[in-house]
Design a protein around this ligand. Structure first.
Ligand SMILES: [Zn+2]
Length: 158
């Protein structure tokens, strides 16, 4: 026990925060639902964030798939996912709707959109770091190979 922990009563000591497992799913679903509303209202003649039958059907198809996301609770946002799981045709329509609703979302749901954007940037950052690390690893391996070859050549010469 350290000196400090002896003189500070336990309840005043700063507790170590447990690692938070954020459940991104509800937020992501809400964002997608709103994006669909914005897009559908602008393109399919609906209003008040309501959806046409086609968009309703697509939403009903993708929501259960989101529950089974292989990334689990910490899932990234769907329109930045590197392995979208809605099926090729649905993936395409989904991306059209998410991309097409971006401007409208910013007008109608600015805070939600900015938050979503921040998460997206976080995902992009993480991906970037990942690929950087991967590249570093490859470069290191290559360097090691070259060094080995040089050492072997030297050994032969001698
Ligand atoms: Zn629609």
């Amino acid at each position: 026990m350290s000196f400090l922990s002896k003189i500070i009563p336990e309840r005043f000591r700063r507790k170590k925060k447990p690692i938070e497992l954020k459940n991104n799913l509800p937020k992501e679903k809400a964002n997608i639902r709103k994006s669909f509303g914005v897009y559908c209202n602008a393109h399919h003649g609906t209003s008040d964030g309501k959806l046409c039958p086609k968009c309703t059907a697509l939403l009903a198809t993708i929501m259960p798939k989101m529950n089974r996301c292989k990334y689990g609770l910490t899932k990234p946002i769907c329109d930045r996912c590197d392995s979208m799981c809605f099926g090729p045709e649905h993936n395409k329509t989904f991306m059209t709707i998410m991309t097409g609703s971006r401007k409208g979302m910013l007008v109608k749901h600015p805070i939600m959109t900015v938050k979503h954007k921040l998460v997206a940037m976080g995902v992009d950052y993480a991906k970037n770091e990942q690929s950087k690390k991967a590249t570093e690893k490859i470069t290191e391996k290559r360097k090691a190979k070259i060094a080995k070859r040089k050492a072997q050549e030297k050994a032969k010469e001698e």
